[in-house]
Write a protein that binds this ligand. Structure first.
Ligand code: NAD
Length: 294
């Protein structure tokens, strides 16, 4: 099997790289952090030399600026001709397109392949991948993506994986605001919130967010609200994804007023409580005073 360099051994990258190893791939872990390297045997510091032997280079880094830096300083300098780059980080569409064009100019092939599914999906190899790039690159990447994921969708040319991720997560963010606001009003109206949950779960208000992120402790035992709002999916990550959707909205000129409000609200909340699960925004919403003027 191909030699894979896996750059970024954090919350998501570490289990993804482990899953690839367990599937029999020869995986070289790469990370700037000595702590992260210590958790993956044989891992090395990032350098152009380190990745020169790899036929496939996977990146799983926090933000577009990290991916751009690794791409510019390491991958474009060190990658072997014809190497396949798979960026699984969540970054903005325009940067994904730029990086793919730069890679192509150097004789490399690149896919953007952001994921949904979180650390649990990474550990069990059941992530959903949203992929952008050429058909040839996708065909080559498929066995690697299949080792890490259960659902793999090729959307089209470079950037379209990030585009799908931005739109998907914007829907999740707006839905989260709707669910939290609905429960805040139901509580203010002194409804029985267990009965209200049961009503919504069996009616048109049903959603993944409702069933997995009900904000009332004890109503859904496995929801973060029943565990002091430990993530889950941290509100800082939700805020980041909603800002990426806003960047995509600006660059296309498409109005997304609900997405803009969700991005604003989650960014404000994340500045105060970024480590809590995103559903913890319920507590802030419930406490908001009504500021309408008569
Ligand atoms: P993380 O911060 O836990 O891990 C990032 C890793 O990259 C760290 O180990 C860090 O040391 C390393 N790193 C940073 N700069 C580097 C560099 N220049 N060279 C080499 N290594 C470097 O982040 P994460 O939670 O694993 O998320 C990674 C990406 O996946 C993000 O884009 C995130 O938005 C996305 N994502 C995260 C989740 C989630 O639930 N955590 C879910 C879906 C998608």
């Amino acid at each position: 099997m191909a030699i894979i360099a896996f750059v970024g051994l954090g919350t998501m990258g570490q289990p993804m790289a482990q899953v690839l190893r367990a599937a029999g791939h020869d995986v070289l872990g790469v990370d700037v952090s000595p702590q992260m390297r210590a958790r993956f045997s044989g891992a090395v510091e990032p350098s152009a030399e380190a990745i020169a032997q790899a036929e496939i280079i996977v990146t799983m880094l926090p933000e577009g600026r990290h991916v751009t830096q690794v791409h510019t300083d390491i991958i474009l300098k060190g990658a072997a001709a014809g190497a396949l780059l798979i960026d699984c980080s969540t970054i903005d569409v325009d940067t994904a397109r730029d990086l793919a064009a730069q890679a192509e100019a150097k004789g490399l092939v690149m896919l953007d392949a952001p994921v949904s599914g979180g650390p649990a999906g990474a550990e069990t190899g059941s992530l959903s991948f949203m992929v952008g790039g050429s058909n040839e690159a996708f065909a080559k990447a498929r066995p690697v993506l299949e080792a890490m994921g259960a659902k793999i969708t090729h959307f089209g040319p470079a950037g379209s994986g990030q585009a799908a991720k931005a739109c998907h997560n914007m829907i999740c963010g707006i839905t989260a605001m709707a669910v939290m606001e609905g429960f805040a009003l139901a509580d203010a109206l002194e409804l029985d919130l267990h009965k209200f949950y049961a009503l919504c779960a069996g009616a048109a208000a049903q959603s993944w967010t409702l069933e997995n992120r009900c904000p009332i402790p004890g109503v859904v035992p496995l929801a973060p609200s029943s565990n002091d709002f430990a993530p889950g999916f941290a509100s800082a990550l939700m805020a980041k994804d909603l800002r990426l959707a806003q960047a995509a909205a600006s660059s296309t000129g498409q109005a997304t007023p609900f997405g803009a409000e969700a991005a604003r609200a989650f960014t404000e909340f994340a500045e105060a409580d970024g480590g809590l699960d995103f559903s913890a925004i319920y507590k802030t919403l419930r406490a908001l005073p009504d500021q309408r003027q008569d």
